[in-house]
Design a protein around this ligand. Structure first.
Ligand code: ADP
Length: 397
């Protein structure tokens, strides 16, 4: 059984073709710069690479090129699209409308598009890709997997903001949380490797990448998370400021005479590690600069580490205990220094890491000492695989 996983943004369409027999990736790629000019990058498991500039006025042309890349030319891996049993799509915002993985219908696509007000950068792109896919592969079942769905178990006391209640009812302003597919994947994997039932566990999952979020998972369910109404809230990120006093936002906007859109760009694109360091949003650059004595780069790293530490402590308190901490995402999987600093001086909470065991990148490993009460694990995430698994389950139902 072969499943196509699609992760479409406003100007890009990433894809992976997965053979569900052994869960291997047969081919993957990206149709980039949609609506600008257009570029295809396509790679097969056998090592064939295709790079081509091609016009992508809309998602439809990008999808057509993706079909061609998979079925024709030197990068072809299947003889026709009939080999594909289903398509699984990543969707960022499902709000309170979609609480679980869902089969696609015209009505579902329309609802996803209607939610664009809550996710302006993402949901419209998803809807465009879904419509294109329906046109080009009308007989293949499509499934949508939502980043927010895993967090729909968060209790109301944790997802409400202190605004007047009517605005929650009227405008749906609340914490939704993101990275749900990643947090779900790594916590399930943790239970597997620890040989325990997730239903009896209290876990803090740290997904640290360009965007970062920390999630408290109790009995297999998300009970709180750091991202909020949008993926801007929570810890310091590459270019996003994370949590700030809302009055600081209105104050800065008035000082700079910013429009809403300009303030949005300031908080999402110019802040975070980039804004603090004045150098880079990339954790590798931040680490290198910090090691060579750049005090602002060191400050950016210290803020991130401090934010993560506080959230682990907060969630241990919220869950009345902690069995394990997970590090995942580009930084979580690849930056031993970040993991070490987060776990330093956390013995009071039962966290002790083994510095030598922690000195590696990009693998699944336990990094806590044998006598650490809380186990600490590095678990590489794989959101595409979880989308493919969900998709398979849906079509087998
Ligand atoms: P996204 O959130 O866009 O999916 P990723 O999960 O790929 O991003 O994470 C990107 C982050 O991971 C960047 O800050 C990058 O510096 C960091 N990263 C990637 N590889 C390494 C590495 N070897 N050492 C330290 N940081 C790394």
């Amino acid at each position: 059984m072969i499943i196509l996983v699609v992760n479409a943004g406003s100007s890009s369409l990433k894809y992976q073709l997965i053979d569900m027999q052994d869960e291997s990736v047969i081919a993957k790629g990206n149709c980039d710069r949609i609506g600008i000019d257009g570029h295809l990058s396509h790679k097969t498991a056998a090592g064939v690479s295709v790079e081509e500039d091609c016009p992508f006025p809309t998602h439809k042309e990008a999808f057509e090129r993706l079909v061609k890349a998979l079925t024709e030319g030197e990068g072809a891996v299947i003889s026709s699209m009939d080999a594909i049993s289903a398509v699984g799509h990543r969707v960022v915002q499902g709000a309170e409308v979609f609480t679980k993985t869902t089969m696609v219908t015209d009505e579902v696509i329309q609802k996803i598009d209607d939610l664009k007000e809550l996710a302006p950068v993402h949901n419209h792109g998803h809807a465009l890709a879904l419509w294109a896919c329906q046109k080009i592969m009308p007989n293949v079942p499509q499934v949508v997997v939502f980043d927010t769905a895993f967090h729909q178990t968060i209790p109301q006391k944790a997802y409400m903001y202190g605004f007047p209640y009517e605005d929650y009812e009227k405008y749906h302003v609340r914490k939704y949380g993101f990275h749900g597919t990643s947090h779900r994947f790594v916590t399930a994997r943790l239970a597997e490797v620890m040989g325990r039932d997730l239903k009896d566990m209290k876990v803090v999952s740290c997904h640290l990448g360009n965007g970062s979020s920390i999630t408290a998972v109790q009995n297999g369910q998300s009970v709180d998370t750091t991202m909020g109404f949008t993926p801007l809230d929570g810890v310091l990120m590459g270019t996003r400021c994370g949590a700030v006093d809302p009055s600081a936002v209105t104050y800065v906007a008035s000082k700079h005479n910013f429009t809403e859109a300009e303030m949005d760009t300031y908080m999402n694109k110019k802040s975070g590690m980039l804004g603090i360091s004045g150098k880079s949003s990339d954790f590798r650059d931040i680490t290198a600069a910090s090691e060579s004595g750049d005090m602002r780069a060191k400050l950016a790293k210290d803020i991130l580490v401090y934010d993560i530490k506080k959230d682990i402590g907060a969630y241990a308190a919220a869950m009345n205990g902690l069995d394990a901490v997970i590090f995942t995402g580009g930084i979580g999987e690849n930056a031993p220094n970040c993991r070490e600093e987060v776990c330093e001086n956390m013995e009071f909470l039962g966290i002790k890491i083994d510095k030598q065991a922690n000195d590696f990148k990009g693998e699944l490993r336990k990094i806590s000492t044998p006598d650490s009460k809380v186990e600490v694990w590095v678990i590489p995430t794989n959101e595409e695989l979880l989308i493919a698994r969900d998709t398979l389950k849906m079509i087998q139902k």
